[in-house]
Design a protein around this ligand. Structure first.
Ligand code: ATP
Ligand code: MG
Length: 366
């Protein structure tokens, strides 16, 4: 069993004035894991990160780091370091001086601290820039200085708030790989906040998806992409088709859901405890598990009118309207033999019995 580094138990945060920023946050983070907290603006990501670092008090609940309850400890006693989005470097100090600053504050003697600072500067690939001041560096280089400065105190846990947010697209691609490499080399635990699905999915071992102050799902990138747990996740990540309906009957882990005039086979995952006949539910089908054309092997099918095609690389996503304003997306590799569709053409869309997955509901019921 991997060692658990950080535990959040029933963590709640209500700001003075009454904003409930975080509700009943529960998570376990393993030693050496790269965790991404992913969600839209205002969902409570920074607040959670600041509570882990001790910069913000929890309203209730507890936080453990390496087996110790740190809920009431100040930041200086938590063995964490934080890298903020606006990485305030000292403008009149050079790179080396910026990086060794915290060691200087700890009273470490000059030789030792400059040796350690040089090591960090090499690690982030800035050896040729050590004597420059921040203003004479590019955005990505400044970001690396901020990273080296956060890493030098050798924290158990590094907290990063939108570390790549200020960078342009191509630099962000490079820094994503760099950040992951550094984290692996140092075997450190990283918790990174981001609102970018691409960043979270590319770098993290574990993704915590948040919305509306609530944890929506925790899992690997793959688990989240393959089996979105809630409506929010299904909407936010990947391309998923949602259907609202009513449960008609069930048989083991398959339920039959009536939606529109039709009955569908839908998989009920184990984490949904029980469902009752007559209950209103939503299920999700990944666009890449849907097929066009008559297909006798598939348990589910519906007819739709062709609307348009979205192209992305070799994949194409065909959009069909199956009921007024209800669009379904089908993602397939384009075959040369495929006929060209015209707007309004009728087409059968089908998918397997296990492709549809019942969605869970998370609520602030505490
Ligand atoms: N000091 C504060 N006092 C009162 N409310 C706050 C404070 N800080 C944040 N909030 C509110 O708490 C909620 C969560 O804020 P938080 O900064 O954690 O969001 P976030 O997910 O990091 O968003 P973003 O992606 O925009 O940075 C928001 O509604 C925000 O307005
Ligand atoms: Mg934030």
């Amino acid at each position: 069993m991997a060692e658990i580094d950080v535990v959040l138990r029933n963590v709640d945060k209500t700001y003075p004035g009454g904003v409930r920023a975080v509700i009943d946050f529960n998570a376990e983070i393993e030693r050496g894991e790269f965790v991404a907290m992913l969600g839209p603006s205002g969902c409570g990501k920074t607040t959670t990160l600041r509570m882990i670092g001790g910069l913000e008090e929890v309203t209730s609940g507890s936080i453990e780091i390496q087996g110790e309850d740190v809920t009431d400890l100040p930041p200086s006693q938590r063995d964490t370091a934080m890298m903020f989005q606006s990485f305030a470097l000292f403008p009149h100090r050079n790179v080396l001086q910026n990086v060794e600053f915290s060691l200087k504050m700890q009273g470490i003697e000059p030789d030792k601290r400059s040796r350690e600072a040089w090591q960090m500067i090499e690690m982030v690939g800035l050896s040729d820039f050590a004597m420059r001041r921040p203003a004479d560096l590019s955005g990505g280089q400044q970001q690396r200085v901020a990273l080296a400065r956060a890493l030098i105190s050798n924290p158990t846990l590094l907290l990063l708030d939108e570390p790549l947010g200020a960078l342009d697209y191509s630099l962000r691609q490079t820094m994503m790989i760099e950040l992951k490499r550094i984290q692996r080399d140092l075997e450190m635990t990283f918790i990174m906040v981001t609102h970018s699905q691409a960043e979270a999915m590319a770098m993290a071992d574990k993704v915590i998806v948040m919305s509306d102050s609530l944890v929506q799902q925790i899992g690997t990138s793959r688990e989240i992409a393959e089996s979105p747990r809630t409506r929010f996740v299904a909407d936010f990540i990947g391309t998923n088709n949602l259907f609202d309906g009513v449960i008609k009957s069930r048989s083991g882990s398959i339920v039959f859901v009536e939606s529109g005039e039709k009955l569908y086979y839908v998989r009920k995952p184990d984490y949904i405890a029980d469902v009752a006949v007559g209950q209103e539910v939503t299920f999700s089908v990944r666009a890449d598990l849907m097929h066009t054309g008559e297909n006798g092997d598939m348990a589910n099918s519906i007819e739709g009118a062709y609307v348009n095609t979205e192209y992305l690389g070799t994949l194409e996503t065909d959009v069909f309207e199956i009921a007024p304003q209800h669009y379904v997306k089908v993602e397939q590799h384009r075959k040369l033999s495929d006929s060209i569709r015209n707007y309004g053409d009728r087409e059968t869309i089908s998918w397997g019995a296990e492709a549809g997955i019942l969605l869970d509901v998370v609520t602030a019921n505490r």
